[in-house]
Design a protein around this ligand. Sequence first.
Ligand SMILES: Nc1ncnc2c1ncn2[C@@H]1O[C@H](COP(=O)(O)OP(=O)(O)O)[C@@H](O)[C@H]1O
Ligand SMILES: [Mg+2]
Length: 475
Amino acid sequence: MDDLVNLVYSYEQEKAIELFEEGYNIFITGAAGTGKSIIVKKIIKVSNNSLIALAPTGIAALSIKGHTLHSYFGIKVGYENIVYNNKQMTDIIKACISMRNKVVDYFLDEVNSVYNILIVEFKKILYNYIFKIVSNNQKKTDIWRKIKRTKKIIIDEISMISGDLFCLLDIVCCIIKKKKEYFGGMQIVACGDFFQLPPVIKNEHKNCIKYTHVFQTPIWSMFEDNTVVLEYIYRQEGCNDFKELLCRLRIGQLTNSDIDILKSRIIHCEKDIPRLLCKKDEVLEYNNKKLNLLKTENISINADFYGNEELLIQLKKQFSDIGLFKLNLKVGARVLLCRNIGDGLVNGSLGIIHSIRDSSIEVIFDNIPIPISIKKEKWELEDVDNKTVAVGIQFPLLISYAITIHKAQGLTLEEACISIDNLFTPHQAYVGLSRVKSLEGLYIQNKYKDINKNILCSVYPHIINYYNRFNKKQI
Ligand SMILES: Nc1ncnc2c1ncn2[C@@H]1O[C@H](COP(=O)(O)OP(=O)(O)O)[C@@H](O)[C@H]1O
Ligand SMILES: [Mg+2]
């Protein structure tokens, strides 16, 4: 891992490594660019790869050479749509999360209680709708066995993981490990900044959730005595004014002169630099626009589908959301791989299309100098019995001149053009603007040519409360 060579770690960074080596559960936090992910990589290195590295998005997982949380734990894609659209399932999940110890006691010792029926229903939901840890004949899957062998887990970008999912992961680990301690006694290192993006929860599901952020869950007490706050910001090294501006933006306290500085960066940008946009629709539109500028032939490839009608509706919707329903590709186009296919090629890898054939597309990836042949992949939706009943087939490639701010969380960029036109969630502006290393590298796109201080400074009050427990100076 080249980026660790010759680094001199700060006192807090060293402390985090030490606590990990001593076997503690730790939470590493601090502003954007304080070197949290660098410490994640260092910890992976000192652990001699005895540690599983996870992150909520493909790109964040890629940067630590880890897996997405969904692929590692076998979390079924889109499970929220099924369980949270069902009031009974929602109530059962909420209730069982609240009585975690009783649930774990039941699973481990079959301790009888008045809640038996409820817990049995909860188990069905876990096994049938949320996790791929048992097969249709209730046999343990490879995912179960993999978790069973795991002793240590490190999770980066923890702010994007919902508290409820965190609770479910804890219970699943206890079941698999047959131990009552949090996460079945595994050593957990969590890493992230709650002043960055919150978990993505659809509006219609907001009321179905018990805990939005992981720190609101009772489990979070496992890190109480071992939270390390990184203070020194490395990303904007040498740009102190910009660094301080970002620190004020982080806690929602921009000054009028900060606003003037940001206004001075609203510059029309024609340069071929990464675009970070707020919404998925905007990203699709921008990518299409860039694709149209290429002189090469446009090749449209429709996804193929087969299976159960009803589930196909859901699968097709997911394909449209991601942009896989109908691919429009051209030789020379910038693409992102959206599937893990091995050999260093993972969900999040970027490259340029070299050639397009019926059965394969050759891509030159940024980290591999020769063309790699990419074949079509299957995406499957399963019914309650885990029998595959709807299948979609498509090349796992997406045009990627622009990405969402959500996907960019974790990146360090020399230059970027960031749109603040359609901010829709607190902390989003901070994540976008804090990706670049200097004010000179920052281009802001804003159709109104103005900066709305209130929207930019939108911060959840409970995050401020959480961080108030640390020394003021450490926030
Ligand atoms: N101890 C250090 N010395 C020098 N540069 C560092 C150090 N720690 C981190 N960096 C650099 O700072 C930038 C941001 O680090 P990163 O780990 O991505 O921050 P975070 O995850 O907290 O947002 C990266 O370019 C990284 O190489
Ligand atoms: Mg990071």
